[in-house]
Each structure stands twice: as C-alpha cells, then as structure tokens.
Design a protein around this ligand. Structure first.
Ligand SMILES: [Zn+2]
Length: 327
C-alpha cells in the first residue's frame, strides 16, 4: 500500500489526513461540519478537506491509493449511508463513497462506521496495539463505542458497540435517541450543552456561554468546557464530574460483560479531559468492577487524528487479515 487518505465525519467537524506508507500523517485539514446544509454539501466539504490535506502533504489526490471515510449513520453497503441524525436531510440513503470519490477525481473510496474505524485505528496503531481485545469509548458530541475481540472488529448484526445508549438511570434524562437515561444523555457534549441551557433557563449562572461567545463558537466545544473548568465555573465542573461518573459506571459495566484487555477512551472530550482525569475515572470505576484484574484504561493514542487514520486503515485491513495468525 502506498499513500492513503482518511476522512473523519464528526458531529461538529470534518477532519481529513493524508498518510504516508508507514501510516504517519503527513498532511491534515479540518473544517466545521456543514450540518445545516445537508449531505451534498457535507460530501463536497469532505472532498475539499482531503484535497487540502493532500496539498499540505505536498502531493496530489491522484497520488493516493485510496481514501477511507469514517461516518456516523447506518451503512447500507457500497458506501451508501443512511440516517445520519446530526446532519439535516440525511435520513434516507445517500451514496457517500460515490459522491466523495467523484469530487476527488475518481479515487477509490471505502466507508466505515466512525467509531468502529477509530477503534480499529487505536487497535492497529494506537493505545490498543499490545492487546487482543479492546473496547473503544469515544466521548465527544455523542458517546460511541467500538469493539475489537480477539483481533477482529465486532459489529454484532450491524449495530454493536452502542455504549452511549446503555442505560445509566432508569427513566432518567431524555437522550438524543429519544430514549431515557442513556449514558449519552449525561456525557454527550451536545446533551451537556442542552442541560446547561436548561439550568440557565431555571436561573443558574455559568460562564460557559460567555466563553463560547469569546471564542467565537456557536456551541459549547470541549475547549469551552476546559476553559470554564480552569476558571472554576461551578456548573462546568459539575457537568464534567457527572459525565465522568456516568462514563465510569458504564465502562466498568461493559468491562464486567466483555472482560476485554483494555478500554480506550477517545473522542474530542475524551482526549481533552481523559489524561487529566484518568486516575479519577479509574477510581470511579473500581466499586463497579467485578473482576479482580479489570481491563486497563487508557487514553487514545492517535488523538484527534484517530478517526481519519483509522478510516485510512479500511484499505489495509485485508492485507493485515491475511497476514494475521488464524484466530
Ligand atoms: Zn440514547
């Protein structure tokens, strides 16, 4: 395999990267996700970011052996994706691979689930490298999960790994999925923001929205939360503490069920808060862990680029599978 491209379609941003033959990122580009403009505009922005990443790497898109995409939504085969809830007018099937491939002048494009490819990236090149079985927990706009069991990606019948929709409180807070009490309703960045607005409407005070305005953000990014916590904003501190607690309970429960070697915490919020709060997270997990030797907990090693790097690995999966020892 030669040089490869990867694009991570996130709820708030599109991250593209170009990797050399050793899978090292040699050019990157990112932009906000045009979520209010629909799938066509999103596909166009994705192609543009990949082109910019190639330019930054000093190569042409036509020099790439392929471009992998990690995206939320339902995979319908042949790079067709449906039901991307964060982007308007994307409930029906949309030929994402074809649209991006055409916009990139006919380069080969493969599409995979975003957290699934990010977990695969961590397993192959990041924090999960020493292990056979890992659970990836991606704490960002929402909370997603990916599984590698005995060296193989595990998707169940198509929708395994939805750790964000494990119930942490019966009849609890309403989740973006419409159900109640899911982890994501407490720890997803978007839900945390909605809850902060709700508290402000009830008369509580916070610097969160002022900080967002200062930073020119129209929502509470992980950076906004981090700055508010540094400024000792009480509401921000409480929201982060609550998110960590709910994550810990869920990660411990998932560990009890799967007994994987490692749980890897990634995502925009996970990489920003994970390192500083790793010991706290482990302490919060401990009372709920059944095994004497529970899974190790690590912060994702590929950082912000993990999704894009993992997506590019969609092209090397077959080679590696052939080279890997039989399970
Ligand atoms: Zn849910």
């Amino acid at each position: 395999m030669g040089k490869l491209g990867g694009i991570d379609l996130g709820g708030t941003k599109i991250q593209a990267a170009v990797m050399d033959e050793t899978h090292t990122a040699i050019g990157t580009a990112r932009c906000p996700t045009p979520a209010s403009e629909g799938p066509e505009a999103t596909a166009k922005a994705m192609a543009q970011m990949l082109t910019d990443a190639a330019t930054a790497a000093g190569i042409k898109v036509s020099d790439l052996d392929g471009v992998g995409i990690g995206t939320p939504g339902e995979m319908e085969g042949d790079g067709v994706v449906a039901n991307v809830v964060n982007i308007v007018d994307w409930s029906g099937p949309f030929p994402l691979a074809e649209k991006v491939g055409t916009a990139l002048g006919g380069v080969d494009v493969l599409v995979g689930n975003d957290v699934d490819v990010a977990t695969w990236g961590e397993f192959k090149l990041g924090a999960g490298q020493p292990y056979d079985s890992v659970l990836g927990v991606f704490w960002g706009t929402g909370v997603g999960g990916g599984l590698v069991l005995n060296g193989e990606r595990w998707r169940g019948r198509g929708s395994a790994g939805e750790i964000g929709h494990m119930v942490v409180e019966i009849d609890g807070r309403t989740c973006g999925c419409g159900r109640k009490g899911c982890l994501e309703a407490y720890a997803g960045r978007r839900s945390m923001e909605a809850h902060a607005r709700h508290l402000v409407d009830k008369g509580h005070h916070t610097k969160l929205f002022d900080i967002a305005e200062e930073k020119g953000k129209d929502h509470l990014t992980s950076g906004v939360f981090a700055k508010a916590v540094r400024k000792h904003d009480k509401m921000a501190g409480k929201l982060i503490d609550e998110a960590l607690h709910m994550l810990a309970v869920t990660m411990a429960s998932a560990g009890n069920l799967l007994d994987v070697d490692a749980v890897i915490l990634g995502g925009g919020m996970g990489t920003r808060f994970g390192n500083d709060h790793l010991e706290e997270l482990k302490t919060l997990m401990r009372p709920h862990e059944f095994a004497v030797e529970p899974p190790v907990v690590l912060v994702a090693g590929l950082g912000d680029l993990g999704g894009a790097v993992g997506a590019s690995l969609l092209f090397v999966e077959d080679d590696d599978a052939a080279a890997a020892p039989a399970a």
